[in-house]
Design a protein around this ligand. Structure first.
Ligand SMILES: C[S@@+](CC[C@H](N)C(=O)[O-])C[C@H]1O[C@@H](n2cnc3c(N)ncnc32)[C@H](O)[C@@H]1O
Length: 275
């Protein structure tokens, strides 16, 4: 059973409880994000360190629309298998709709209580999920439990506290970012940088941690990944003081028109070997 602590939770923590239009918007956003060159760079960095081998059985924990699960299925080949697990039934249904015939099995489940035996997979991929769970260490313990000794774990997560802007008024940018934490961006704003410590703490070997600093040099590109630059995020989700949102977007647009808008965000790819 998933834990429901008394903390503010992001929509991604429980997509099935969102209004249907919100879930559809977030799933579409996930797919668009997956095509963004900076997110592709993050994933490539993670995959190069993860190195899934032909024949491996891999768990993609918190698999979203399943695009990475299908990519890994190509890496492990016909003798391998990928289990794509997500808490949200709507998300798993969307992933199944996108299935391409590769060796992926889709299932609903909670990363904090995985319905798989110990030592049953050769590798685990868990991307931008731990920032949304109540207890990341509990979830990581589960990922370690299901991975056989010698198997590999790849965790990818955002460091929202690294987010910085230029080309817009600095004080306004600070207000907007602070107001977003715990609402559209997760309350756990530094998950990315904590992953290395968490894997070392679980006794993993060969832990490698790579910070990938993503650059967004225009508002349209930034809007794909950063909710506070996305005008399609509904106004009621903002919860900032009246007038802040309008002022912010007019500055963002002006910076875009001048060509000097800039946003940077670090996402970490951290891998290690179990046992
Ligand atoms: C930001 S999305 C990332 C999806 C995918 N890994 C990707 O990178 O595109 C977070 C995903 O984690 C899932 N999720 C959140 N909490 C979960 C939990 N406790 N167990 C399993 N999945 C969870 C959400 O339903 C959502 O699909």
């Amino acid at each position: 059973m998933k834990q429901h602590a008394q903390m503010e939770r992001t929509p991604f923590a429980d997509l099935d409880r969102q209004p249907r239009e919100m879930t559809a918007m977030l799933l579409a956003a996930l797919e668009t994000m997956g095509r963004h060159p900076e997110i592709r760079r993050v994933r490539r960095t993670g995959m190069d360190a993860f190195r899934p081998a032909p024949g491996w059985r891999v768990l993609d924990a918190g698999s979203g629309a399943g695009d990475v699960a299908r990519w890994i299925a190509g890496e492990v080949g016909p003798d391998g298998e990928v289990v794509a697990l997500d808490y949200s039934a709507a998300t798993i249904a969307a992933a199944i709709e996108r299935h391409d015939g590769s060796n992926v099995r889709y299932t609903t489940g909670d990363v904090s209580a995985i319905d798989l035996p110990a030592d049953s997979v050769d590798g685990v991929w868990c991307e931008r999920v731990l920032q949304h769970v109540d207890d990341a260490d509990l979830a990581i313990a589960e990922l370690v439990r299901v991975t056989r000794p010698g198997g590999r774990i790849c965790l990818i997560d955002t460091d929202w506290s690294s987010l910085a802007f230029d080309g817009v008024p600095p004080r306004l940018a600070r207000t907007v970012v602070a107001d977003m934490h715990g609402r559209l961006t997760p309350r756990q704003v530094d998950m990315g940088r904590t992953l290395r410590r968490r894997l070392v703490g679980k006794g993993l070997r060969d832990v490698s941690a790579t910070p990938v600093t993503c650059l967004f040099a225009d508002p349209a590109s930034a809007a794909v990944v950063l909710p506070m630059v996305n005008p399609r995020v509904p106004e009621e989700a903002w919860m900032t003081a009246p007038g802040v949102r309008g002022k912010w977007f007019s500055h963002v647009e002006e910076a875009g028109a001048r060509g000097d808008f800039l946003a940077v965000l670090t996402i970490w790819a951290v891998t290690g070997t179990v046992g």
